[in-house]
Design a protein around this ligand. Sequence first.
Ligand SMILES: [Mn+2]
Length: 436
Amino acid sequence: MTEARINSDLIASLNEKAERSHRKDFEALHGVLSRRGIQVEQLISTLSNFTVAVPSWGFGQGGTRFGRFPVPGEPTNLAEKMFDAAVVNDLAGLTPRVSLHIPWDKPEDPKSLIRLAKSLGLGFDAMNSNTFQDQPGQNPSYKFGSLSHTDRAVRRHAIEHNIECIEIGRALGSKALTVWLADGGSFPGQQNLRRALDRVIESLQDVYLALPSDWRIFTEHKPFEPAFYSTVVQDWGTSLMIAQAMGKQAACLVDLGHHLPNTNIEQVVARLIAANRLGGFHFNDSKFADDDLSAGSIRPYQLFLVFNELADAALDRRLQRNQPKQKPSLMIDQSHNLKDPLEDLMLSAIEIHRAYAKALLVDRTALNEFQESNDVVMAERTLKIAYETDVSPLLAEVRRRRGAAIDPVAVFRRSKYRAQKARERRSGAGTRAGIV
Ligand SMILES: [Mn+2]
């Protein structure tokens, strides 16, 4: 197996070619931002510290329940996924951590996986448990639920699985467990709505007991699918109740696709910050439901407004005094149905970086004054001025200084990495490409 990463000389030589026009664009933007009183070097240093995790299940072509059309050369095992993750991180410079899904990507030997990750400049983010499908030969079954199941033996099985995920994560240096619970009813009367939640809380309290003191546990809400009538953790309110029932290390994870149409997600974020229970995000985008489209592809303004809440909270002194500083955990969670997964991951990471950069451009003093004086037009305009600024040259400059690519997709295509992998990897073997 020749698993060469993309040659850093290729990145450097293509950066050199792009440098002249990049410099012109960057200098123009520098001028615009300086006139607004923004310290550009300080901004670049803040943006250089930004990272977002990638999911181990995001390197293969996704699919729908109608079918899946694998891309040639997609990874067939965890090691190959790590190589692909390194390509995404080397070219876009934003994704140094991989979030593992157990059992899809259960490491056979955690020590050798750590060695491989280190050699690729990667680490591990939150662990993801899976109690939404039965593994081959599994008994008891999750057909009627896992942590909420009426049968204690099934609940125990699901609790043990979550504890196993913590143990694997400990060996890898992970610091969080994300629990997405598919449990729920598809027909009225199927479940006792209150008792189902009681059982989930009791089960998660058992998982919480196994949580190391420097770990966090996140619950991810979702209104429907696979349960079509009454998902147990259906919204952020229930997720918050669960986090509060577990303890201080528990928080809520916001998957952008897990909301009913037109939900004001940035307001959900603001509420979770107020409750000091914002655990983090799964980034993706959606048009109709949980379509898991690329981050920023449908509602880029919403993505900006989410980051606007984070940027606002980061500068709120009263909030910072009262709340321990826990940075939200950021991760991409989307399905690459049609695009090359590696290109889509790079571009999505850049879209998330873009939303963050624009949120940092908001003139907070002015916005606050306009809000206090009820100047609706100027308040909205203050946000729009930041949102409408094309920060592309700024993001490219951050990548360039990190030794990543000014144009990651151009380098990826020139490298012929995909074609090389199509020759090396067992064609058509496919990969588990789940969406959670
Ligand atoms: Mn998710």
